[in-house]
Design a binder for this molecule. Structure first.
Ligand code: DGT
Ligand code: CA
Ligand code: CA
Ligand code: ZN
Length: 581
């Protein structure tokens, strides 16, 4: 068990104790210990043999040490297990609902003895939640909305989390004798913004022989972090990982690897369209092959390329396989040449220690250079973001001086001096125009008052677009994937204004933002709005997240021409001052 897993169990125990009405001192001791372990730079597993060192950790006392030892010895914590038995594990799902805390859950339990999501939803629909102390009709409606949100996101994972788990599986299998390829398929390969379950395809000699395959499966289920085997068959094993992600691993003979890749990459809607085309042409398409209908002769199956070629289609990149017109376009040789990561010449949204970043200007510059960028921009926060130590006019001017001084010293990369300025509640920007004018580029973002009405928020964004200093609208919808919805506004109007003013929209590549999303990016393109793909890095290690943005851009059918930061530095600088064609 790693620190995160241990802390998770301790947090859950604290919540369950609170539901159970235990004393606050005891509850707090679990929360404090969880926090301490989460923040620990080293693994608690490596320290557990040395009790003295564990007790030196602030927030961990003798009782907690006993708990930790139990967890490492038995893989479980009896307090936690007993509470789960008393209230059933469904209580943990309730705790995941936004705004539903242990206190309210305890109220519901004591009044109705209900402890699962379905039960609570039913109570709310029957108007029984409003009857509880400190609850009313408003709270009841809020709860129903939160349950709806929970249903939508439950069981889905961010792209980077899914990718990390896939890499672990690949590493676990790579050197196993007779394994040739281990490849992700499904929504992960298509680069969808969140992933339901992982689909992993394995091929090689070990997949072709019954005995060898059994040995391979025996090896797979030793994967660290595997919690539960869901199904074990001849050609497939499904399991659940710690954290809840389900994985389907399939074993394939090399001659049908391409057909399986095609099939299991999906999407389902794309597959249906492709199968219809195959039928019209006298073929049948399955996960094993493309074969002639009349005599069953296999005409393709080894590679995906062969399959698309036999169907007289240009190769369709996985990101486009959503049945959004890609099959017809491929038939007419009209697929766009999608943007690729190598086209991106610079990343122009990043923070430093001056506000809430973790690295200095110089460190960010070195990292961007190592990335091969021709240019970059430092864009720290403005003062409205007080908790991030945002810049006021004076500090902003000093900061651009520092950025320009570094630019003068360093060769091989152009460093633009920029700012991520807050769009205030009334649509004005958080710094003086005279300061913003001095910037090479201005990203204007909403970081507060998310709950304005759609009309207010639309006006607010329109006002920001109309400020002559605004180059880019940052993370334009404000959504946080699996956590917070976009704020309400009329995107169409904002895009129209942006096209007119030559203000660009950001595609924020951070895996929990991906904002604008693929659908909105396509809409932006239809409006003639240009895109800038950024990472919003707060650490040098974040720069690599640009690839998640590029994936979304590809899913939106964007080409190099649609994205401003594929331009050479001087042209890009002009574009930031609204001069592009
Ligand atoms: P997810 O897991 O919800 O993020 O989305 P996917 O696309 O990975 O869906 P999943 O895991 O259910 O299935 C993987 C692929 O397998 C899917 O994209 C297409 C293919 N597939 C699954 N079921 C069917 C089906 O009933 N018909 C067809 N044509 N293809 C299917
Ligand atoms: Ca899947
Ligand atoms: Ca699946
Ligand atoms: Zn921001």
């Amino acid at each position: 068990m790693d620190n995160k897993a241990i802390a998770g169990i301790l947090y859950e125990t604290a919540d369950l104790l609170e539901i159970d009405g235990q004393d606050s001192f005891r509850i707090r001791s679990y929360r404090n210990a969880a926090q301490a372990i989460e923040a620990l730079p080293q693994q608690i597993a490596d320290l557990i043999g040395e009790p003295k060192k564990v007790l030196e950790i602030q927030g961990i006392g003798k009782g907690m040490l006993t708990n930790l030892r139990e967890m490492f010895k038995d893989g479980r914590l009896s307090v936690h297990a007993d509470l789960l038995k008393k209230y059933r594990p469904s209580m943990l799902d309730l705790l995941k609902i936004q705004g539903l805390g242990p206190k309210t859950i305890a109220l519901i339990w004591s009044a109705y003895q209900v402890c699962d999501v379905e039960g609570v939803e039913k109570l709310a629909r029957e108007g029984k939640i409003r009857e509880l102390p400190r609850m009313g009709e408003k709270q009841e409606q809020k709860l129903l909305k939160a349950i709806e949100d929970y249903r939508r996101i439950a069981g889905r994972f961010l792209l980077d989390v899914a990718e990390r788990e896939t890499e672990k599986i690949q590493a676990h299998l790579r050197d196993f004798p007779g394994v040739e390829k281990v490849t992700p398929a499904g929504s992960l390969r298509r680069g969808r913004e969140t992933v339901g379950d992982l689909d992993v395809l394995v091929t090689g000699a070990a997949c072709c022989d019954d005995g060898e395959r059994e040995k391979l499966i025996d090896h797979i289920i030793k994967l660290p972090g595997l919690m539960e085997i869901i199904a074990r068959g001849e050609n497939k094993v499904s399991f659940r990982l710690r954290g809840g992600m389900q994985v389907d691993v399939r074993f394939l003979a090399p001659e049908s690897f391409g057909a399986a890749m095609q099939y299991f990459t999906g999407s389902k809607a794309h597959n249906v369209a492709l199968r219809q085309r195959a039928l019209k042409m006298g073929y049948t398409l399955s996960e094993y092959s493309l074969a002639r209908l009349d005599d069953q002769k296999v005409v393709a199956g080894k590679t995906e390329e062969d399959i698309y070629a036999q169907l007289k289609l240009d190769y369709i990149p996985p990101e486009l396989r959503e049945n959004q017109g890609e099959v017809d376009a491929a038939g007419a040789h009209k697929l766009p040449v999608l943007i690729s990561q190598g086209d991106v010449q610079g990343d122009v949204h990043m923070h430093t220690v001056e506000t809430d970043g973790r690295n200095t200007i110089e460190e960010m510059v070195e990292a961007a250079k190592a990335h091969g960028y021709k240019y970059m921009a430092i864009t720290d926060h403005s003062k409205n973001l007080a908790f991030a130590n945002g810049l006021d006019d004076k500090r902003a001017v000093e900061h651009i001086k520092r950025i320009r001084a570094v630019n003068d010293q360093i060769n091989g990369i152009e460093i633009f001096a920029g700012i991520e300025v807050d769009i205030l509640a009334d649509g004005t920007l958080d710094l003086s125009d005279s300061v913003l004018e001095q910037m090479d580029l201005v990203i204007a973002s909403v970081h507060s008052h998310f709950n304005q009405s759609s009309a207010e928020m639309t006006d607010r964004l329109l006002k920001a677009v109309e400020n002559p200093n605004t180059s880019i609208i940052g993370h334009p919808t404000g959504r946080l994937l699996l956590r917070r919805d976009a704020y309400q506004f009329d995107l169409d109007s904002v895009l129209k204004a942006a096209a007119q003013r030559k203000v660009a929209m950001e595609l924020n590549s951070y895996p929990d933002r991906l904002d604008l999303c693929d659908r909105h990016l396509r809409l932006a393109k239809q409006h003639g709005v240009k895109i800038v793909i950024n990472t919003d890095s707060h650490h040098t290690s974040h720069l690599e997240k640009i690839r998640y943005g590029v994936l979304q851009a590809r899913r939106a059918w964007l080409t190099k021409e649609d994205v401003l930061n594929t331009l050479p530095a001087q042209d890009f600088a002009k574009a930031m001052k609204h001069a592009w064609n």
